[in-house]
Ligand binder design. Structure first.
Ligand code: SAM
Length: 427
């Protein structure tokens, strides 16, 4: 070859927009396209833009592959640059055409660094290759970030190994990542559901303030909660006779059983009944006054979880509760999806009565903003901030390997910052 490199400028047209907007799938496609052509991958860095589009580069020993996508135009601009003769960039081109399901394309090859124009200089490398590699770090380093975000703010966690679990269900895309800082992480679409390191914050605060306030829960209904963490906490109570979990997506249960053993212990518990189905329909069809506690462990108001924020759903929950029953739900964040947080609170107050709805805050370290809430409707009018047995809560949290919940925090978590009181018209 009479040049140092070959550069193919590719226009992929009529591509599958979901793939062009999926940073993990695009990144994997680009890396696989490089290895398919025989290249040695050194490093990759990919970024997902808001609201859509992906940019990324795969650095290979033989130069690089780069991409920028416009899902809204079903278009991807791709650069395939290789040096030497060991790698054929057209192999990567054919591979990527299939990955992006391009209906059409144009590709222009140009030779870079024509040796008829260049003259080799007498250049010697300063310092040893080892010193240089030490600077570079391990031979193969991937820097991938999973980002949970809305238009204005985000939380990203770095992962560097392959995605452990990736399945598209009829409702959503379920993935398990192995993150560097928080261990294994369950994600649904682009939302973090839980991580091994801090899932206890969420599951313990969703369950214990409500069940301690109730005092002797027997029949508990969980809506959602497919990772199993909420059931694990509820089944710590000896008074419990039955836990019914209604989870819409069996793929979430599958992912948790396979990769999140610390969360999925409860699925084999004799008092546990798992029903795969829509929780909204389930409470609609349920008889009244059946449950002591209903725990709604659903995701953000998108996809199948949208209806879990509807007035009719909460009315049905109220009807299914016994006269001294309690409903408790993940309540979103006063700093992230503020409108949803406030509207949910107002909706519950409209159904249970303003004096029977309570909000507690806790540190959700892997949810955007880190400030998350639990919202509770208490039919009996008990106040969960004080109408619970401090001694029982103390001995309970000492008797169980809890990581977050304790009796003092239980009471304190219902004390709201001033801006939240204002948001909820509580001052
Ligand atoms: N902690 C998480 C959060 O705050 O976003 C929630 C975790 S949990 C895994 C959420 C579960 O709710 C998911 O498994 C999802 O499939 C389930 N879900 C969503 N909508 C549902 C519905 N209508 N009925 C039953 N389960 C539902």
């Amino acid at each position: 070859m009479n040049s140092l490199g070959r550069h193919i400028l590719v226009e992929f047209i009529g591509c599958n927009p979901d793939i062009l907007n999926d940073v993990a799938v695009t990144e994997k496609g680009m890396i696989d396209a490089a290895t398919e052509a025989g290249a040695t991958v050194i490093q990759s860095s990919f970024h997902h833009f808001s609201p859509y589009g992906v940019s990324g580069v795969v650095v290979i020993q033989e130069s690089h592959l780069a991409i920028h996508t416009w899902p809204e135009y079903q278009y991807a601009a791709v650069d395939l640059f290789t040096c030497g003769t060991s790698v054929d960039p057209w192999v990567s081109f054919d591979f990527l055409r299939k990955v992006f399901q391009a209906q059409n394309y144009s590709a222009l090859e140009t030779y870079r660094g024509s040796l008829s124009l260049l003259q080799r200089a007498d250049y010697k490398v300063k310092g040893s290759r080892e010193a240089m590699e030490k600077k570079l770090g391990p031979q193969f380093q991937r820097s991938l970030w999973f980002t949970d975000k809305d238009q204005n703010q985000a939380l990203s966690l770095r992962y560097s190994k392959d995605i452990l679990f990736h399945k598209k269900s009829p409702f959503q895309t379920v993935r398990v990542y192995d993150t560097e800082a928080y261990g294994k992480m369950l994600a649904i679409d682009n939302m973090i559901m839980c991580t091994e390191k801090d899932e206890a914050h969420y599951h313990e605060m969703l369950v214990h303030p409500a069940l301690q306030t109730h005092g002797s829960p027997k029949n508990v209904l969980i809506i959602g909660g497919g990772d199993g963490g909420t059931a694990r906490e509820a089944l710590r109570y000896p008074s419990i006779e039955k836990v019914t979990m209604v989870e819409i997506d069996e793929v979430v249960v599958e992912a948790s059983k396979k990769f999140l053993p610390q969360l999925s212990t409860a699925f084999d518990h004799p008092k546990m009944e798992l029903k795969i189905g829509d929780g909204i329909e389930f409470v609609q069809k349920s008889k009244e006054a059946q449950y002591d506690v209903i725990i709604v462990d659903g995701s953000d108001p998108e996809g199948p979880a949208k209806g879990l924020f509807s007035t009719q759903f909460w009315k049905d929950c109220h009807r299914c509760l016994k006269p001294d029953g309690i409903v408790v739900t993940q309540g979103e964040s006063p700093m992230f999806h503020q409108g949803t947080f406030r509207d949910l609170n107002h909706c519950l107050k409209g159904i249970f009565g303003a004096e029977k709805v309570f909000t507690s805050l806790f540190h959700a370290t892997t949810y955007p903003t880190g400030m998350w809430s639990i919202q509770m409707g208490v039919k009996s009018g008990k106040n969960p901030a004080k109408d619970f047995s401090m001694d029982h809560a103390k001995s309970f949290s000492q008797a169980h390997p809890l990581k977050y919940y304790n009796a003092d925090l239980h009471a304190a978590s219902f004390q709201m910052p001033t801006f939240v009181k204002k948001l909820l018209n509580e001052i």
